[in-house]
Design a protein around this ligand. Structure first.
Ligand code: SF4
Length: 346
């Protein structure tokens, strides 16, 4: 392992600035730390969106920035990112993850911040061949070109396996101070982290929620039935909670799985029908679409099956939302009803 350089060893002439796109994981903070030690003024950039890991990741980034003593900019890219999920130019991975478009979006944002900050280049923690969809050589080239960064994009961890980026061409950084990491093993990164005394980083995670089988199936279903543009931010959020049942093209039922979800679901009741058991303990439920009376009764019968009801006895529900409130009695569907599995999404 080479000896990482240090800022003090470099000239004190006007220092070159760079923006390091960080995710809260190890690779990106390593890349930022390596370049910072080479005498470049590094500002960290965290672009948050619905699938970037929430407060946990944001907290990790803030701690990392503090640990390295580097300035941090946080940009909220939620709205633009959802449009990328709805209409990715490069398509989806195994789930509904548009990783290439997501990387291009991240780096376009980094380019904008680079220009605002008067910086010369952008740093990422990408490692050649670490991820099948977004980090093979062709994908790295596409991301560099389509983000508009081209050779203003430096990947310090794999730089010696890639064509020289601008900071090397200009002599701001020596090629020999950069690395040739490749593939999925994290051994070399772990060793470099020890050398740079970076210990606060989460274990690598597989991907965001969009890569998860159940979430992806629900999102695909929503896009197919409502149309991608009709799924708003609450629609994306709601796909995380409950059991989901597709009764017809127009009607979907979402049933709380536990107390926490029963508390959360009413928060999504705007524009949806809310179903709550009156006399027994049971799940809170939302109905999307415009159900016929028969579909409403069917939805209630599915939900009743998850209630503390006496077999064969009706369960009473309060039905509210979309301008009206009333009560409805239904006999629960028997648990062995074979249609239930067919209605289930994800
Ligand atoms: S897994 Fe893919 S889609 Fe999800 S945040 Fe990462 S790059 Fe973006």
């Amino acid at each position: 392992m080479k000896n990482p350089g240090h800022a003090d060893e470099r000239s004190s002439e006007k220092r070159v600035k760079a923006i390091a796109a960080v995710s809260g994981g190890l690779d990106s903070i390593l890349a930022a730390a390596v370049v910072s030690r080479l005498g470049i003024d590094v500002t960290l950039l965290y672009v948050k969106h619905l699938f970037s890991g929430g407060e946990k990741k944001e907290g990790a980034v803030k701690r990392q920035a503090e640990g390295l003593g580097l300035p941090l900019r946080i940009v909220d890219g939620t709205v633009e990112h959802l449009d990328i999920v709805r209409h990715p130019r490069h398509g989806y991975g195994r789930g509904m993850n548009p990783c290439l478009d997501c990387r291009i979006f991240l780096l376009k944002t980094a380019k904008r911040v680079m220009e605002e900050e008067g910086a010369e280049f952008v740093i990422t923690g990408e490692v050649l061949n670490q991820r099948p969809m977004s980090q093979h050589r062709g994908a790295l080239d596409v991301v560099a070109e389509e983000s508009g960064l081209s050779d203003r994009l430096l990947r310090p961890l794999s730089a010696n396996l890639l064509p020289d980026a601008l900071p090397v061409k200009e002599g701001w950084i020596d090629r020999e101070d950069l690395y040739s990491f490749s593939g999925r093993s994290r051994r070399e990164q772990a060793a470099l982290a020890r050398q740079l005394e970076i210990s606060d980083y989460p274990q690598p995670a597989g991907g965001c929620l969009l890569t998860e089988k159940v979430y992806a199936a629900r999102l695909r279903d929503a896009f197919e039935h409502a149309g991608a543009d009709a799924v708003d931010i609450d629609g994306f959020r709601l796909l995380r909670y409950g059991r989901h049942f597709r009764l017809s093209d127009r009607v979907k039922v979402i049933v709380g799985r536990n107390e926490a979800e029963n508390d959360i679901l009413p928060g999504f009741s705007q524009g949806r029908i809310l179903l709550e058991p009156v006399d027994v303990m049971g799940p809170t439920t939302l109905i999307e679409g415009e159900p016929s009376e028969g579909e409403l009764e069917l939805a209630a019968a599915i939900v009743a099956r998850y209630s503390d009801s006496v077999e064969g006895r009706p369960v009473r529900f309060r039905v509210s939302g979309v301008g009206s409130e009333r009560e409805l009695d239904v006999i629960p569907l028997p648990p062995e009803d074979p249609r239930i599995a067919g209605w289930r999404i994800g």
